[in-house]
Structures are given as structure tokens and as C-alpha cells.
Design a protein around this ligand. Structure first.
Ligand SMILES: *Cc1c(COP(=O)(O)O)cnc(C)c1O
Length: 362
């Protein structure tokens, strides 16, 4: 019997990519596949994104894994390269690089490549993480147009810091600043992550960079994918491995952190932080067994969680399937119960979980 399984719904993935295009009909799509495609399986997901114009990853190893998997689309390295010796790898594998600081530009200028690399110049418009200062733009622009190591078609990009909140004025300021900086620089412009795509149509530019929304999950504050007509791609489930009776006042689990105020039944479920379930999920965080929501109780342990099933009128039994998150139980809700974000939960799925890919959930 298999316990924890992440069922990956490829039909939902295609639906979500089509949804990206509904939101941003005039933009090309750079599908963001970093961190094992947000825990969904890098190569498998990439193989089912034929309609994307390019892929984007954060690490050179992720890009190499895509090429090793036979994928031939353009691949953009979102943080660029990390050492001058990486440039030969970029060239050999047709990777495109972000240029976000002086060190990278110098390394590119000084390299003896004999061919040119496609570059995305990243401008800091308010995130203050990566990116050149607006005052450096003209200098970088000129140097990138001059060096034979960069392709003439230079792309310009920036990244939003607060786009998940449609009431925050920061994003409009970032868009306005970016637009003022790139006037007369007639190149491709790329600004929006998922939140920018959903919440800020003025920031769509020529290319968009969807990550989370492709996986059917909402990046917006207090929202779920369903509100934006997205379908969760991952459905994480496992099995009940034991049913036990507890009396009133018996302490359950490590540290005895929970006790029932009346006699009840618990379902012990094969899912813990060793599978990627958040250890800080609060008491009452929901799971679904036989179409019924129940709440977890006690500490999350490495391999198990306990679920209060009350008097068990629904007849929950060993071997029953337990939905941890997915179509019927938004991962955004579980993230909220664990004081974290859905991004983290998806990335944290461990290798103990088996993956199953299918075109539908049935
Ligand atoms: C991760 C990342 C994205 C995708 O962000 P989502 O919120 O998942 O859509 C886009 N751009 C950059 C630079 C990123 O690092």
C-alpha cells in the first residue's frame, strides 16, 4: 500500500497556463520552474508546457537538468551566472542570463567567448534585492550593446515586491519607474510574476514570468486559486494507518500538547514533517477523509499526524484515503494554518512522497 502520494494533474497545468494567457494575452510566457517546479517535478512539468515560450530557473543545475531531460526551449537563469567559469556552460547549453550587477557585467565583458549570450538586464525598481540601480542603467545598457559577448537584443526586466496586495501602491510606483527608465530603449520588457499577472495588468509588458499560478495556487493575499479560475495541480494524499480511542483528558502526541475534553476517536494518518507537512500547523488544521473535513490534533511528528474524528459516525477506517491538500482543500488554507505561504509548502515536499502524473484526477 502506498502512503503519501502527490498526484499531479497535467490537465490542470495546461488549464492554468491557458489562464495566464487569458490574463496577459499580449505577452510571451516564461514559465518559472525553479525549486523542482515548485515541488511538482522539474522535467515532467516542463514536458507538459509546450505552450510556454521559454522556461526560467534559479540555478544552473536546474537548467542543465532541463536540457538533460531533452527540453530545447530557451531557458533564462533568473539570477544569472555565479562565476565566470559558468559562462562556457551557458554558451554550450544555450542558456540566457540575467545581469543584475557590476561583477556579472565585468565577467561577461572580460570573457573570451567567441559567441554571444542572450541577456536580461535587471533593474531594481523597489524590491532592493537584485538589480542595478536606475542611475546605472545607461552605462550598463551601453556596455551590453557594445560587448560582443552579449546578443544585441537586450531584454529589460524588474521584479515586484508587493504585487500580492492590490491595495498597496508600491507596484504602481514600480511600474511607473520602470516605464520611465526604459523610454527609448526599444527592447523586450518583462516585469510580472504571478501576482503581477493577476493583479496588475498595466505591468504585463512583453514577457510575463508566472510561477505559482501555473501550479493552480493564488499568490494574492487571502485568496485561493479558484477565485482566479486556476486549478490546483498537486493533490497530496495519504492513508489512515490506525484508529484509536482516547478518553477525556488523555494527552496525545509528543509533549502531550493536546487533550480532548471528552472521549473521542483519533485517526492516525501517515503524513508528517518527514513528508513536508508543516510542523507548525495549528490544532484543527483541516484534512479530508471520505469527503468530510476533520482537524488535526497534537504535535505534527515526523511520520504521522493525529486527526480527531469524534464519534466516527462516518466510519473512517484503516486504509482510507486522506486528502492533505489539493482540489478539495486549498494549499493556501493549510499555509495559513501553519503561518506560512503556499510556496513553502509545495517546495518542501520530500523525496519520501511518491509522484503520480495523469491527465485528470480520475
Ligand atoms: C520566482 C520568481 C518568479 C515567479 O514568481 P511567482 O510568484 O511564483 O509567480 C518570477 N520572477 C522572478 C525573478 C522570480 O524569482
Amino acid at each position: 500500500m502506498r502512503l503519501a502520494v502527490a498526484k499531479i494533474n497535467l490537465e490542470a497545468l495546461a488549464h492554468n497556463l491557458a489562464q495566464v494567457k487569458q490574463f496577459a494575452p499580449h505577452a510571451k510566457v516564461m514559465a518559472v520552474l525553479k525549486a523542482n517546479a515548485y515541488g511538482h517535478g522539474l522535467v515532467k512539468i516542463a514536458q507538459h508546457l509546450n505552450e510556454a515560450d521559454a522556461f526560467a530557473v534559479a540555478r544552473i543545475d536546474e537548467a542543465l537538468a532541463l536540457r538533460a531531460g531533452g527540453l530545447t526551449k530557451p531557458i533564462v537563469l533568473l539570477e544569472g551566472f555565479f562565476h565566470k567559469d559558468d559562462l562556457a556552460i551557458l554558451l554550450a547549453n544555450n542558456f540566457q542570463t540575467v545581469i543584475h550587477d557590476e561583477n556579472q557585467l565585468q565577467a561577461l565583458e572580460q570573457a573570451n567567448l567567441g559567441a554571444s549570450i542572450s541577456c536580461w538586464l535587471k533593474i531594481n525598481t523597489g524590491m532592493h534585492r537584485l538589480g542595478i540601480d536606475p542611475s546605472q542603467l545607461d552605462d550598463f545598457y551601453k556596455r551590453l550593446q557594445t560587448t560582443p559577448n552579449a546578443k544585441n537584443t537586450l531584454n529589460l526586466m524588474t521584479h515586484f515586491s508587493c504585487a500580492d496586495d492590490v491595495n498597496d501602491t508600491k507596484t504602481a510606483e514600480q511600474i511607473a519607474l520602470f516605464n520611465s527608465l526604459v523610454i527609448g530603449k526599444n527592447q523586450s520588457h518583462c516585469l510580472a510574476n504571478s501576482a503581477g499577472i493577476i493583479g496588475w495588468s498595466k505591468g504585463h509588458g512583453d514577457w510575463v514570468r508566472p510561477g505559482l499560478m501555473m501550479y493552480g495556487v493564488s499568490p494574492m493575499l487571502n485568496s485561493t486559486g479558484r477565485k482566479h479560475n486556476l486549478k490546483p495541480v498537486m493533490n497530496l494524499s495519504t492513508k489512515v494507518i490506525a484508529i484509536r480511542d482516547v478518553d477525556a483528558k488523555q494527552c496525545v502526541g509528543y509533549g502531550g500538547r493536546w487533550q480532548s475534553n471528552k472521549a473521542t476517536k483519533l485517526a492516525v494518518v501517515a503524513m508528517g514533517y518527514g513528508d513536508g507537512y508543516p510542523r507548525h500547523a495549528k490544532q484543527g488544521t483541516p484534512v479530508i477523509i471520505n469527503n468530510q473535513r476533520y482537524g488535526i490534533v497534537g504535535s505534527v511528528s515526523m511520520d504521522m499526524i493525529s486527526v480527531d474524528i469524534g464519534d466516527n459516525a462516518k466510519g473512517v477506517k484503516v486504509g482510507d484515503e486522506v486528502t492533505i491538500w489539493g482540489e478539495a482543500l486549498p494549499v493556501e488554507e493549510i499555509a495559513h494554518c501553519a503561518s506560512t505561504i503556499a510556496y513553502e509548502l509545495l517546495c518542501n515536499i520530500t523525496s519520501r512522497v511518491s509522484y503520480e502524473y495523469s491527465d485528470s484526477l480520475t
